[in-house]
Write a protein that binds this ligand. Structure first.
Ligand code: FEO
Length: 170
């Protein structure tokens, strides 16, 4: 059984994961509108990955016999600028998520709640991977600048992404 305060914070994180899914779905729609089908595919998979993250927290709360309280999911932006700016916004979002997860981990340790701490370490590790992946895409986008052929090549590469990184059965 986890504390009421920990339960509340995990419910807030659950909401943030759904917001992450929502912002990536919005980025996917935006890329589709702007003729970047590869990036649209990439963000759609990111949307699925974030839903997996939410489900992982949901399953944990249920397993701990803690109360799941779903809140409204905030409205994401509709427009994100250039493809580079879209990925930069994605990175800024993930950095914000990392900050939240680090604070939550600190709190779990303070409560000596090692089960929740273990759950959160999975997320902290996942953030390292997510930030690295997005940073790599940003570097490539900066390299090509506004060159149409370069953007086409990167979009084609992003379109090859076929899987999500997390697996809630793990
Ligand atoms: Fe679930 Fe991208 O953080």
């Amino acid at each position: 059984m986890i504390s009421k305060k920990m339960t509340k914070q995990l419910n807030e994180q659950l909401n943030k994961e759904f917001y992450s899914a929502y912002i990536y779905l919005s980025m996917s729609a935006y890329c589709n509108r702007n003729d970047f089908p590869g990036a649209a595919n990439w963000f759609l998979l990111q949307y699925e990955e974030e839903q997996d993250h939410a489900t992982r927290i949901y399953n944990y709360l249920i397993g701990q016999d803690a109360k799941v309280v779903l809140q409204e999911v905030a409205k994401p932006p509709k427009n994100f600028g250039s493809l580079l700016e879209t990925y930069e916004e994605s990175l800024a979002h993930e950095q914000d998520m990392t900050k939240n997860l680090n604070e939550l981990s600190d709190y779990a340790l303070k409560e000596k709640d090692h089960a929740t701490y273990n759950l959160l370490q999975w997320f902290v590790n996942e953030q390292v991977e997510e930030e690295a992946t997005v940073s790599e895409i940003i570097s490539k986008l900066k390299m090509v600048g506004g060159d149409g052929y370069g953007l086409l090549m990167i979009d084609s590469e992003l379109g090859k992404r076929a899987t999500i990184d997390s697996d809630i059965s793990q």
